[in-house]
Design a protein around this ligand. Structure first.
Ligand SMILES: [Zn+2]
Length: 178
């Protein structure tokens, strides 16, 4: 519901965009339906709640989503591991108001590439800073006990400009049984 007549309504984003993928090209698109499409029962997929599609000339992009069960994210099926020339901050936020530090899940987040490919394990409400140029993904979600909110904040970009990293080189280390 918009508030007609408010001079500040232009600063309010009431409906996010979702990612539409065409091969390696990702486009932000505001769905025509009220209900936002979900990627799977376990992963909503990112919702782009703030970007230069809504606020012209801003240089920040913010996405959010929910993970609700064990799933591999960014393993090439939904999207590819990648890097980019801007920084990105990942927030993993537990949703228990009685214990806000509790994540209720365990995440292996794979960072780097080649000999420097390593996983960090996240099991509390956390932020992970990914500097410009550092490859990231997949995220392997395990033991998910309740929905976890994820946020991705890209404070210095209006564009994605992803450099894809083939999953093959990460398979051996990153995926169970690989
Ligand atoms: Zn990224």
């Amino acid at each position: 519901m918009t508030m007609p007549g408010s001079k500040y309504e232009k600063y309010v984003i009431r409906k996010p965009a979702v990612l539409v993928r065409d091969g390696d090209v990702y486009v932000d698109k505001v769905p025509e339906t009220d209900e936002l499409p979900v990627w799977s029962d376990l992963d909503t997929d990112p919702r782009v709640i703030f970007s230069n599609d809504f606020i012209p000339n801003t240089h920040t992009k913010i996405e959010y989503g929910y993970i609700t069960g064990d799933i591999n994210v960014g393993n090439g099926e939904d999207f590819n591991p990648h890097k980019h020339d801007y920084e990105e901050i990942f927030l993993f936020l537990g949703t228990d108001p009685k214990d806000t530090a509790k994540l209720g899940a365990e995440i292996e987040f794979w960072l780097g590439e080649g000999d420097d490919l390593e996983k960090v394990v996240i099991n509390t409400s956390s932020a992970v800073y990914v500097p410009a140029g550092l490859a990231h993904f997949p995220q392997i979600w395990k033991n998910v006990q309740r929905p976890v909110m994820t946020m991705m904040i890209m404070p210095t970009t209006g564009e994605r400009n992803l450099i894809m990293i083939p999953m093959e080189e990460r398979l051996k280390k990153a995926l169970p049984g690989g």
